[in-house]
Design a protein around this ligand. Structure first.
Ligand SMILES: Nc1ncnc2c1ncn2[C@@H]1O[C@H](COP(=O)(O)OP(=O)(O)OP(=O)(O)O)[C@@H](O)[C@H]1O
Ligand SMILES: NCC(=O)N[C@@H]1O[C@H](COP(=O)([O-])[O-])[C@@H](O)[C@H]1O
Ligand SMILES: [Mg+2]
Length: 396
């Protein structure tokens, strides 16, 4: 990365969900030009970007045609399911891929990043094995033991993931995982179930020309593999936090490049277990929209563009909670927003996703409190006040 950089830059965002939308807003506040790309029209980031493209990001030809057309300076992946071999080619042609094309390749599938962290770097993870057929799944499950967690190697937000309590449940887990697999892989990972006390995301900012820095840890609560609440700061002993930071530094150094990473850990009574990482802003990191002087999207942008990050300030106990859809609809509306926002220090993001399906994340509440418990209570209370309705029903 060159030492002196001029603004604006042309950024191509591959994936245009809620995280991309906030990133685009951060990029545009510094006058940059953003082309938002996703598989469907009017995705959240497209609503605030300069231009947009609707393609299959797993198609090398479609990626080639939009890169030819827009000639971006940077390609910034926002989801995993991208034809990463093509990103390697773009990088060789001089486009900066964030954090690097190889890093996106490693983190696209759970097996590659697991091999890097565990086999190559010797980092502690849950015991694991792989399966590509039901027979293999039965065999590997017996080896790992019960309960275990079955996940497609390519999926996110808990899609296709389930906890398997006993051998009779394996077939159901197989079916669920194959159906929930994103992209073109049918491989599954089976992990030992870790009975953790707390799980955290350590937002780790890798810079081109400055040392790696960390945000205070974010605690989170997940249900069925998907995030429901997050809060900052999370209480972790100094010793375990240093261990987590050392692991995050080791993995992100191995991946290289620059940008923010969401490094996920399970914290048990006396140990830290690496789970996985996103080479991009993390959903649980949306709490930083209220909890820090620079949120995770602004930090990502600064790291990408080699802009300084002189200080990360935590602004006090804060929390986020998700608003999930309960229906299939392409005309959803929200009611109860007035009530939700009537509390001091409560804020809201409604992502503007054009369609809903049961369980799809449509928004997030943000809150500050005198302590984390109060912040969490305020965020979840705000969620309970917001109801998703059909536009037509409401207008009728
Ligand atoms: N081995 C495990 N033991 C215990 N809980 C687990 C295990 N693996 C996953 N989980 C639970 O499921 C959640 C989601 O798992 P994971 O992060 O691997 O999935 P994901 O689909 O990549 O999620 P995201 O994309 O939101 O990060 C974890 O945060 C944790 O709560
Ligand atoms: N855990 C990863 C994550 O939260 N990713 C975020 O969700 C969007 C997809 O949402 P959708 O499935 O509702 O389209 C992605 O584009 C990204 O913003
Ligand atoms: Mg995760």
């Amino acid at each position: 990365m060159k030492k002196s950089l001029k603004l604006p830059q042309k950024l191509m965002l591959l994936g245009s969900g809620e995280l991309g939308k906030e990133f685009t807003i951060a990029a545009q506040r510094l006058g940059n030009y953003v082309i938002a790309v996703d598989r469907y029209h009017n995705a959240p980031a497209m609503q605030v970007a300069d231009e947009s493209e609707v393609i299959s990001m797993l198609s090398p030809d479609q990626l080639e045609s939009i890169v030819q057309k827009h000639q971006p300076n940077f390609i910034i992946p926002e989801i995993e399911a991208i034809r990463t071999e093509k990103l390697i080619e773009f990088e060789q042609r001089g486009i900066i891929v964030i954090p690097t094309a190889t890093a996106t390749h490693y983190t696209m599938n759970r097996d590659r990043i697991r091999e890097l962290a565990h086999q190559k770097l010797g980092i502690r993870t849950a015991k694991y094995g792989y399966a590509t057929t039901l027979e293999e799944l039965i065999e590997v499950s017996e080896k790992i033991g019960f309960p275990n967690v079955v996940k497609p190697v390519m999926s996110s937000s808990g899609k296709g993931q389930s906890v398997v309590e006993s051998p009779e449940k394996i077939q159901t887990a197989w079916k669920y995982a194959v159906e929930g697999s994103r992209g073109d892989s049918q491989k599954l990972i089976v992990e030992e179930f870790i009975p953790f006390e707390l799980e955290i995301t350590l937002l780790t900012i890798k810079q081109w020309n400055a040392p790696t820095i960390f945000c205070p840890p974010i605690g989170h609560l997940q249900e069925r593999g998907d995030y429901r609440e997050s809060w900052q700061p999370a209480v972790v002993s100094e010793e375990l936090l240093q261990e987590a930071q050392a692991i995050a530094q080791k993995v992100t150094d191995a991946l290289g490049g620059a940008g923010i990473f969401g490094v996920e850990f399970f914290i048990t009574k006396d140990s830290v277990i690496f789970s996985e990482l996103s080479p991009r802003p993390h959903d649980t990191g949306m709490v930083t929209l209220i909890s820090q002087n620079l949120n995770e999207f602004e930090l990502h942008l600064r790291a990408v563009l080699d802009l300084p990050i002189p200080k990360i300030e935590q602004l006090g106990a804060s929390a986020s909670a998700v608003i999930l859809a309960n229906r299939n609809s392409n005309s959803i509306a929200f009611v109860g927003v007035q009530d939700a926002l009537s509390e001091p220090d409560v804020d809201l993001r409604l992502f503007g996703k054009p369609n809903s399906r049961p369980g799809r994340r449509m928004g997030v509440t943000l809150a500050k409190g005198r302590n984390v418990q109060e912040a969490r209570d305020k965020a979840t209370t705000a969620v309970s006040k917001i109801k998703i309705v059909d536009q037509e029903d409401f207008d009728a």
